[in-house]
Design a protein around this ligand. Structure first.
Ligand code: SAM
Length: 285
């Protein structure tokens, strides 16, 4: 823990639990207890956490519907030299919530912006899905309808990386149905429900299986979807003309016909005899 935290005139994006209260870090807890102002998505929702911590800072609501009016006020706190923390209803502020706008505005205005890292539903779901996590995309909530939504779904159909999506429970079945149509019923998926909470579960392994499960069991709670990437299309086999050209290129470099066939056989997995025959066929034409 940094002894000089919170610093005057600095913005802190503070990660809070997505379910399990044991996930609040000592550093986050210290910061929230001592900071001058706390911007919360929902002051009532965060009230319990902040009162348990005996946080004495001023609480200010900051949500989707008051971003425009609140931003200048929050920047003014920083200008006055007050320390400011922002927390979302759950998780890491700045991921699919107004913390993003505040961080952008504060940085543009030249104030220090620091993150006190904590749980995030997207990364928690990703790493426990068992799907490839070396390269991944985050889509958050898809646009709710229309052309934009269709375009994003279309992009997902050919996306090779694992993609993480957020969805509200009453829209989960619609989304799974759309994913089945655009990505195919066999596309791998893990639907993470109620992460870090008592009834945490992951439902998969395919879009079809998840859809069937939630058609039987009404979706309740919070959901993060981890969608496997599209399988890369197999490369089309090279034509005889392309193979002949490659053989001739090797021979133009001084490689004998039989060595050219051997080298190309090693890189393509094709039979040396067949490649050699292509050269003879070319000569006889
Ligand atoms: N900033 C948050 C974060 O770092 O995860 C996300 C905020 S976004 C407004 C809320 C969405 O996150 C929910 O609708 C749900 O899709 C996902 N989410 C939050 N908590 C979750 C949990 N415990 N299990 C599964 N998904 C969760």
């Amino acid at each position: 823990m940094q002894r000089d935290e919170p610093a005057a005139g600095s913005l802190y994006l503070v990660g809070t639990p997505i379910g399990h209260m044991g996930d609040l870090s000592p550093r986050a807890s210290h910061l929230l207890t001592t900071v001058d102002v706390i911007a919360c998505e929902d002051t009532r929702h965060s009230g319990q956490l902040l009162s348990n911590l005996q946080a004495r800072g001023r609480k200010v609501s900051f949500h989707q519907h008051n971003i425009r009016t609140r931003l200048p006020q929050l920047l003014e706190f920083l200008e006055e030299g007050q320390s400011l923390a922002v927390i979302s209803d759950a998780g890491l502020p700045g991921i699919s919530d107004p913390g993003e706008e505040l961080a952008t505005a504060a940085r543009q205005a030249g104030y220090p912006v620091l993150c006190i890292p904590g749980p995030c539903a997207a990364t928690t779901a990703l790493v426990s899905s068992g799907l490839p996590s070396g390269r991944f995309c985050f889509e958050g909530f898809l646009p709710s309808k229309g052309k934009e939504r269709r375009q994003r779904l279309e992009q997902l159909s050919s996306e090779h990386r694992t993609t993480v999506l957020y969805e509200a429970p009453h829209r989960l079945l619609t989304l799974l149905g759309e994913l089945s149509s655009c990505c195919g019923p066999d596309r791998p998926i893990q639907v993470a429900r109620e992460l870090t909470k008592r009834h945490e579960e992951q439902v998969g392994p395919t879009v079809e299986a998840a859809l069937a499960h939630f058609q039987q069991t009404r979706p309740q709670g919070e959901f993060t979807l981890v969608l496997g990437g599209a399988t890369p299309m197999a490369q089309p086999a090279p034509s005889d003309a392309e193979l002949t050209e490659q053989l001739q290129q090797l021979m133009a470099q001084g490689v004998s016909a039989s060595d050219a066939a051997r080298q190309l056989a090693a890189t393509t997995g094709l039979s040396r005899r067949r490649l050699y025959a292509l050269l003879h066929q070319d000569e006889s034409d």
